[in-house]
Design a protein around this ligand. Sequence first.
Ligand SMILES: [Cu+2]
Length: 449
Amino acid sequence: MFYLLLLPSACQGPAAIHPPSTDPVEELAELAPLLESPAEAEDLDPAEGIVHLALEAARATYTVGGLQIEGYAYNGQNPGPTIRAQVGDTVVVDFQNLIDTPTTVHWHGLKVPNDMDGVEWVSEPLLPGATFTYAFTATQAGTFWYHPHLDVEHQVDLGLYGAIVIEEPADPVPDRELVIVWDVWAEADPADEHTAPDPGTLLWTANGLTAPRVELAAGEVVRVRMINASNAGYLDLSWPGLRQIGSDQGLLPAPIAPASALLAPGDRADFEWAASNEDFEVATAMYTPSGGSALGDPLTLLSVEMTDSAAPGSALPWSGPTDPPSADPTWTDIVYVLQGGAAAEDWLINGESYPEVTVETATLGEASVIEVRNLSATEHPFHLHGQSFEVLSVDGVPPAMRTVEDTVNVKIRQRVRLRVLADNPGDWMVHCHLLGHEASGMMTVLRIE
Ligand SMILES: [Cu+2]
């Protein structure tokens, strides 16, 4: 989400959008650019088991959806370079802050050591010019992402985010992988800072492209890894034959075929696209956190075209861990009540606004049950750092299969119960991933000791 009119601050000049001469959506629909995965970060260390990268955040000018953006970028590209590693690899990232304001890098969804998590509560912010080496072991397979965790609403908005792919060597091998990082760009009403804009006015981009196309060759099967990197935009995705194979924390026990897939800000999901006899379009229904389905026609986000209609691809046997779902117990360790309404400053957890918060604790090595109750006026993507959690139930109803996430959208008046295996010690942020809510204090701390 690009809040053009909201960016000025003391240490960071305003970004600017320069409108093109013609309607960018129409222009790009004619050209229908080919969608490719973001370029990957170069591994500087040839040693097996070590992925060593250089990453810098700097001012950058780039084009998204036909609009010229003067924002920030990692290594000069938006989305930033994809970090690819295998489970068990050591990931070392030499980071330099070349923007004119403090920043950090957070590894969303990964169980990194606490002092590598890139949060102000634990570590000093990295001042302009500062360098820091992040290092962690990749322990979880799946689709993750990285972004700043300081001045987060502005810095993510200005383009600082990138994908992380952690491969499990035992997974089926598709013909191709496609990483799609979604973002949404809008010129917001300055009087409307803490309200999501009308979803019908948003310009969604896939890896910076509006309405691109993907070509599938004869017989081709593609693993599509999607990340919603937007500040506040919800995607409710659908296409004919939708086959979802993974979510936040890697492959599902078995593929599912829901009518649509909801990606709240911070969410990831993996899908399989196989060549077929029909081209198809990926669309999002209009969706607002202020109550779900919204008025307006579905928006086509990209088209998938077959280069040879005669040779369908065969579905692969995608399967993550097949453990049965945990039972929802009668006890609760921690309750988080999400509160807030129309006024700007009152997005709260348990009546508190970060950083004036009560630190809840969980015991290292034990399972804790967290209940999230949303008593506020909007939905919230509830995100926990440094751990993953199993969704035990939503309004008392258990999921059809074991569901492991790190970000779960909690709808208005919903009660979501989570089981956290507290296996990573430290002080971990718990927050809403609508970045305007997070910035206004909808964040707290869970201590695992
Ligand atoms: Cu929120």
